[in-house]
Design a protein around this ligand. Structure first.
Ligand code: PLP
Length: 419
């Protein structure tokens, strides 16, 4: 026992040391990184897929000098494997795997002190909005402004002396507005505030572009964001069977502060969940490609249909930020929103008539989902705010999955006929 512990002592001492070893992956393509980083055959028996390490505590060679992990709330080997994988996908130095996407948000907001200010994009995820409005603002003395990030002068003007965090999502949910990440990052840098990008809707695979003649990845962090967060529950997990979130970043000082938040509030992810997320991440690129092909075809079909009033999809030329999407992303994603001609009754008839699309909240899984934001995901957004954002009763949101295109199209066709 003693000699085994001695041997382990020779390994890197701190969790973050492991991240620095991963620079060897940095020149490899997305799927190669997704499949190999964090998934190395284990040292003892060569297991090709990572073990689920369930230990809650780890033996220490000397009192108070753990080897790498001490208590599993703070970190464990399966979580570290996933964190290395996620960091690699976001071109980040460090990552945290948290027990939900909301946990990622809350862990970051622990950095704030009473009286500080958060500037958030107006059309933000319903859960984020609820937390910001009902807890952070009403109970914890944080100031909040929510504005459209479409006009950069408005963003600059809304940053106050007490602003600490600017929070964006792109595309936004559910109206799919695109935020110019590089431009907002520049403003944040100039003003000395943190810029957080919730990258859930695009996934690490799509929110990146490659400069034409050189192999240079431009993820949000490369474009100047301080932190990228994901709800892993969506595309990274990809199979609608795990709730998880993550934080990716480059700054070691900030990593230490967030590590302190994470271990203090207990927001770290469980080993079982980390295993599932690692498994999902391996196929992220091919799932995204397929879902996006389906989305493009369905969006075009909807746009041509007489029973549809308007389609919002960043891959359609009718989208006001079609060019920006092309400049900043590898593709327009797999989320579509549209207004059906008619009222809430028409929308309800349509939603009841779909057979392959599942009427459900959430997104990013292999199965196609469909929903009515006004009654479902965005019900907690105040009605007057919904009106401003355009989340009307006849507004419908689709997350295209990876089923066969023909079946999805036929399904929409017959449901529109019944509407
Ligand atoms: C789902 C979602 C979240 C919250 O993630 P959970 O894993 O459900 O806690 C945050 N942001 C966006 C954009 C989401 O879609």
């Amino acid at each position: 026992m003693d000699s085994e512990l001695k041997q382990l002592e020779a390994q890197p001492q701190q969790m973050w040391d492991y991240f620095s070893l991963d620079s060897k992956y940095s020149e490899l393509g997305f799927s190669t990184r997704a499949i190999h980083c964090g998934n190395e055959p284990d040292g003892k028996f060569g297991g090709v897929s990572p073990a689920i390490d369930l230990s809650t505590t780890y033996a220490q060679p000397y009192p108070g000098q753990p080897m790498c992990f001490d208590y599993a709330r703070c970190g464990n080997p399966t979580r570290l494997a996933l964190e290395r994988n996620l960091a690699s996908l976001e071109n980040a130095k460090y990552a945290f795997a948290l027990n939900s996407g909301m946990s990622a948000c809350v862990t970051i907001m622990q950095l704030l002190t009473q009286g500080e200010h958060v500037l958030c994009i107006d059309d933000v995820y319903g859960g984020t909005q609820r937390y910001l409005r009902k807890i952070l603002t009403e109970k914890q003395g944080i100031e909040l402004s929510m504005i459209d990030f479409g006009n950069l002068d408005d963003v600059r003007a809304a940053i106050k002396p007490n602003t600490r965090i600017v929070w964006a999502e792109t595309p936004t949910n559910p109206t799919l507005k695109i935020c110019d990440i590089a431009a907002v990052a520049e403003i944040c840098k100039e003003k000395g505030v943190m810029f957080v990008v919730d990258n859930t809707f695009m996934s690490p695979y799509l929110q990146v572009f490659y400069l034409k003649h050189q192999y240079q990845k431009q993820n949000p962090l490369n474009l100047g964001a301080t932190i990228v967060v994901h709800s892993i529950t969506k595309y990274i997990g990809g199979h609608s069977d795990v709730v998880m979130g993550c934080i990716c970043l480059n700054d070691k000082e900030l990593y230490d502060k967030l590590f302190f938040s994470m271990k203090s509030i207990g927001s770290g992810a469980s080993p079982f969940d980390c295993y599932l997320a690692l498994r999902g991440s391996k196929t992220l690129a091919i799932r995204m490609e397929r879902a996006m092909q389906n989305a493009q075809q369905i969006a075009e079909y909807l746009e041509s249909h007489e029973k549809v009033e308007k389609v919002i999809y960043p891959g359609l030329q009718s989208h006001p930020q079609y060019e920006l999407t092309k400049r900043q992303s590898r593709g327009p994603g797999a989320m579509i929103s549209f207004y059906i001609k008619g009222d809430i009754k028409t929308a309800e008839r349509f939603l009841r008539a779909v057979k392959i699309f599942t009427l459900a909240e959430s997104l990013g899984g292999v199965e196609s989902l469909i929903e009515n934001p006004a009654l479902m995901t965005h019900f907690s957004v105040p009605p007057e705010q919904r009106k401003i954002l355009g989340i009307d009763d006849n507004f419908i949101r689709i997350s295209t999955g990876i089923e066969d295109l023909k079946d999805l199209k036929d399904d929409i066709k017959q449901a529109l006929e019944k509407a």
